[in-house]
Design a protein around this ligand. Sequence first.
Ligand code: PLP
Length: 370
Amino acid sequence: MERINVTKSSMPTKQEYFEEISDLWETHWITNMGVKHKKFQAELLDFLNTDNIELVVNGHMALEMALQAFRFPQGSEVITTPFTFASTTHSIIRNGLTPVFCDINETDYVINPALIEDLITDKTVAILPVHVYGNICDIEEIERIAIKHNLIVIYDAAHTFAETYKGVSTANFGDVSCFSFHATKVFNSIEGGAACYRSQEIGSHIYDLKNFGIHGENNVTGIGANAKMNEFCAAMGICNLRHVEEEINKRKGVYNRYIENLKEVKGLKLHQIQKDVKPNYAYFPVLVEEKEFGATRDDVYNTLIADNIYSRKYFYPLTSEFSCYKGRFDSSKTPIAKYISERIITLPMYADLSMADIDRISKIIKSLKI
Ligand SMILES: *Cc1c(COP(=O)(O)O)cnc(C)c1O
């Protein structure tokens, strides 16, 4: 059987992409905020229904520079969750800040806002919550806490492209919302990302950070790095954006088929769409409760591999358990995150995954049920 991966990158037809990039051979302007960058930026502002966006080289740099833009004192504390991709925690540490890990909800795997206030100290400067699998954090409660304690909120919105909550785009939450347009995401520009921000001052710091602080030929006003998106990536983004709604619609078909196939299986907890959210069907996580199901998450993972099907233990391990952070954090302080991380698996999910393949994957999983 042909190998099935957990995801498959969306791509336009060759012809559509070649058409989009062909004028680059006339100008030879292939990076540094050229025409594709400008066009992609304008289209994203419109698509995401937001006012301020800075395109960057990837989602990680959006997070890292968003944090850096606020110029927090070294050693300041940032409240976040360990049930996330490496990038979120690394972005805090790489800024000389200290992550303080808050536990997650058992139901939707995002930060449990009821636990945040107990973690606030006089060193706390920000909250960095993650919208996991397209599940949106309790933005109202987080905003209330942030205002009360004068904290900045930066959302890791890597999983929520094209989503809305109560009709509002996820680009518009917090002080900054950071997206990833990595090849493995619902929407990609090969590599790429964006920071959507509220204040013009922070936006201009992010711009400085992404382009060496250069303003005009003879004027360098900031000590920035280089995190610009190039023209070929922007062109890919422009093409993929034309099809993203259609792709999400196909993902919905995949989602519904998995639900139909697996909903009756005791011991498997399936992904549920949250109330008031327009979903993007980015992932299909399944929680394997081994006592009820009769097999563990790792059994499911390994049995699928034996059939050349590659699911993902996502997110496992917790970032607080990474070997690079050995001895620094105590994952027993976030017991729900630990429990979920040891039992969660994300099944293959992409727009053109066939119904036959979904049925085959479901059947293999069901065969493990005792
Ligand atoms: C993908 C991802 C990132 C990083 O984005 P890149 O574009 O790969 O740098 C950050 N956070 C989460 C939750 C992600 O899934």
